[in-house]
Design a protein around this ligand. Structure first.
Ligand code: SF4
Length: 216
């Protein structure tokens, strides 16, 4: 089951896919510039993951449940750890079903779903079997939300991985694209200063645009 990753490239953490879908600048600040700041939301997430991080496996009603399972994809150069993967028996062997624990409740954006989908892509490569769906368990609602890995979500996930890989390879952090509600909840708001940084970028872009329009 283990996947050998390219020896010369540091794998992209699966958790970074969530950051990249939320905001590519946030992902680059964390994974390129190694900046991190805790806020209430990240602290709650840490507590939640501490239980799953203990690892272990057990079987109930024919389903094997594995906590803290290491995952990797050579094709996407991804590596990480799944909170929980359930392996249920099927006609053609065991089928994997990843479950990721999240704080809060289901969000309007698809960052959590993309992180789970990245786990599914790793599991498909590792097991050689399709992984059609998984689930997000939200601490606030204490409910599982089933996530089908449809073509749209797979495309979003792979695009996020590609965008992040390009940002990491370029070594430069993308400028902010301020998004009111996301920036408000972002633990890096103080370090990012989206409005202060974005203003000169906008001014430069407007200057360039008006020069292009004035040109004969
Ligand atoms: S403050 Fe906004 S623009 Fe800056 S990293 Fe966070 S979400 Fe992205």
């Amino acid at each position: 089951m283990p996947v050998a990753l390219p020896a010369d490239e540091e794998p992209i953490p699966i958790s970074a896919v969530q950051h990249a879908v939320y905001c590519l600048r946030q992902a680059a600040l964390i994974h390129l510039e190694r900046l991190w700041a805790d806020n209430r939301f990240t602290a709650e997430g840490d507590v939640l993951h501490a239980v799953a991080d203990k690892g272990g496996s057990r079987k109930a009603r024919g389903v094997r449940r594995v906590l803290a399972l290491p995952l990797a994809s050579k094709r996407l150069n991804l590596a990480g750890v799944a909170d929980l993967v359930e392996f249920a028996p099927g006609p053609d062997g065991e089928r994997a079903f990843p479950v990721e624990y999240k704080r809060g409740k289901p969000k309007l954006h698809r960052a959590d779903e993309a992180q789970l989908c990245a786990q599914a892509l790793c599991l498909e490569e590792m097991t050689g079997r399709p992984v059609p769906e998984g689930a997000l368990f939200y601490a606030q609602t204490k409910r599982r939300v089933t996530v089908p890995f449809d073509p749209e979500l797979r495309a979003l996930t792979e695009a996020a991985v590609a965008g992040l890989a390009a940002a990491l390879a370029s070594g430069s952090t993308p400028p902010p694209t301020p998004h009111k509600s996301r920036c408000r909840a972002c633990s890096l708001l103080e370090l990012c200063r989206p409005e202060t940084v974005a203003r000169p970028v906008r001014q430069w872009r407007d200057r360039m645009l008006s020069r292009a329009l004035e040109a004969p």
